[in-house]
Ligand binder design. Sequence first.
Ligand SMILES: Nc1ncnc2c1ncn2[C@@H]1O[C@H](COP(=O)(O)OP(=O)(O)O)[C@@H](O)[C@H]1O
Ligand SMILES: [Mg+2]
Length: 217
Amino acid sequence: MIKLFHVYKQYDTKLVLSDVTLLVEKGDICCIVGPNGAGKSTLLKLMFCQKKPDRGQILINNQNVTHMSQKAISAVRQRMGFVFEDYRLMLRKTVLQNVALALTIAGTPLKQGRQNIDRVLAALGLEHKKHDIASTLAAGEQQRVCIARAVVSDPLVLLADEPTGILDSAAAIEVFDLLRGMSMRGTTVVLATQNQDVADRFPQHRVMLNHGRVTEQ
Ligand SMILES: Nc1ncnc2c1ncn2[C@@H]1O[C@H](COP(=O)(O)OP(=O)(O)O)[C@@H](O)[C@H]1O
Ligand SMILES: [Mg+2]
């Protein structure tokens, strides 16, 4: 589902990813673990086609996205969800409006998507916040809205950057259960974390990243 071959990424003169080769199968949950600055977020952004590698190849769902046109990339990204480290919500809009926009982008009719919205908000303990304005939520709630938005359209691929970074352990467990449920339904999940306790919950496929290199798989 996701394949990276000998991927390199550099910012100015700083090499951030070096010879990364990685295979994530359909329905897999792959946990990228490594310290701050290891290159985890950059790796997820490459998978999301938000950045391009300097060298190497990236395949998503058997499509080589390395040299794709912007239009073709948009179509690939329509089937992907991304949990941003910094949430990136529309702060003046309600929870519902934030989550519903993801359905519009994915091309899901809103009527059909309403059930998904209710299911996802319930799974994340946000039902009672549905009509609240995003800026009025606590940070942990905003992070969960960001997760809800990423998963509501049942994406083929879910990329989650520190999705439980500021959640308490009960909320984090809800998120892990949600990710596991999605992977069981066939979504390919890649999760990045610097937290070893989080990584220990996903021992099936763990990738250690250090200074931009995969040191253990
Ligand atoms: N847009 C950018 N421009 C320049 N350097 C960057 C940029 N984004 C990240 N970096 C640098 O690349 C390295 C890896 O960053 P990142 O991928 O965010 O790591 P992680 O998510 O593992 O903490 C860091 O040293 C960071 O400062
Ligand atoms: Mg990061």
